[in-house]
Design a protein around this ligand. Sequence first.
Ligand SMILES: [Zn+2]
Ligand SMILES: [Zn+2]
Ligand SMILES: [Zn+2]
Length: 365
Amino acid sequence: MADEQATQEETVREIRINPIVPTQSVLVTTARGMRPKQAEWAAPRDTRKHVDTCPFCTGNEHMTPPEIATYPSRANWKIRIVENLYPVLGDDRQNPNFSFGLQQTIDGYGRHEVIIDHNHHGIGLHEMSVEHLAMLFGAYRDRVVDLYRTDERLRYVLVFKNFGPAAGGSIPHTHSQVIAMPVVPDNVQAEMDASQRFFDKNHRCIFCSLIDEALTFEATIYDRESGQVRRKLDVGQYVIERGERFIAIKPFASRYEWEIHILPLHHQADYRAVTAEDLTDLGRVLKRTMSRLEAVLGGVQYNYFLHSLPPSNAVDDGQESFHWHLEICPRTSIPTGFELGAGLFVNTISPEDAAAQLRNVILDE
Ligand SMILES: [Zn+2]
Ligand SMILES: [Zn+2]
Ligand SMILES: [Zn+2]
C-alpha cells in the first residue's frame, strides 16, 4: 500500500477539467515543489464552550442586532438568526445603477444575516448531534424560502459558513451567513448553464450522472504507448459517505486538497424542496463526513456553501438539469501567485489518495 501510494505520488501531474463546468480546471500535482504553502499561519480555532464577552453566546442576546428567528424556541434557543451588524449588502440603498464607460456597478442591494449555528461557542460541526444539524439545515431552508418569498428583487440567496481563522471566520463563535443578492453569482450561473447544456444533449442531469458514475464506475486506463496500466478507477473510489438519501463525494477535479461535495441521491434542483426526512439523513451524512475530515486533518477549518437552483420566471427552467449541492472546502493552504495569475487551482494531493484516506477513517458510530 505504501509503495503503491509512493508510485502514484510520482505519477500524478495533470490538469483536470471540471466535469460540470468545463471552463474551470485544476492542476493536480503531487510535486514537492508545489507544496510550500502548508500553513503555520493558521491560528487554531477557539474551542471554548461559553465566552462571557461573546455577543453570540447565551446571555448576551442584547449585544446582537435585531433577532430574525430562533430554534427550537426563543427562551431555550439552540440556533439564533440575527441581522448582520456589518452587512456587505444593505436593503436601504435607493441609488440607481452606476455606469461610466467600461466601469459599471450593480446596486449593492440585498440582505445579510448571521445564523448562530449553536449555543455552544466553539463547537465543531462533527461534534453537533444529527438532530441539531437537521435543525440547522432546516433553518437555512426557512431563510431561503422566506427571503425569496418576501422580496422578488432577490435573484440569489447564498448560504455559507466560514469556520476558523484560516477560512476567514472573523467571529470565533460558530456561525453561518446568508447573503441575498440582486444577481445570480457567476459561478452558480456557470453551473446552471453548463448543466443545462448537458441536459439538452443527454436528457439527463449531469449531477445524477456523476453520482451514478461514482457508484458504478470501474475502469482501467492503459498507457497508449507502453500498454502499462496507468490508472485504475474502482467502484466507489470517490465516495466518502453514503446515506439513504445523500452522498458525499470527492470531486475528480477537486480544487482543494480535502474538498468534498454532498448531494441528494435523488434528483432535487431546489434546496427549498428538502423534507424533514431529507434533513435527518443530510445531518447524518454531514456529521460523518466532518468527523472523517477532523480525524484526518485535526482542527479542520473550512468554508462551505449551498448551490441551489434560484427561482426563475420560466416554469421549469433548470428543474431537470440542476441539482443542489453543498460544497465543503477545507482550507489547508493559501492560493499562490501561480493560482491567482493562471486562474488555475493547484491541488497537491491526488483526489483518489485523499478519498482513500478519508474513507479509511474508522468512525465510532
Ligand atoms: Zn460565543
Ligand atoms: Zn440530478
Ligand atoms: Zn456548485
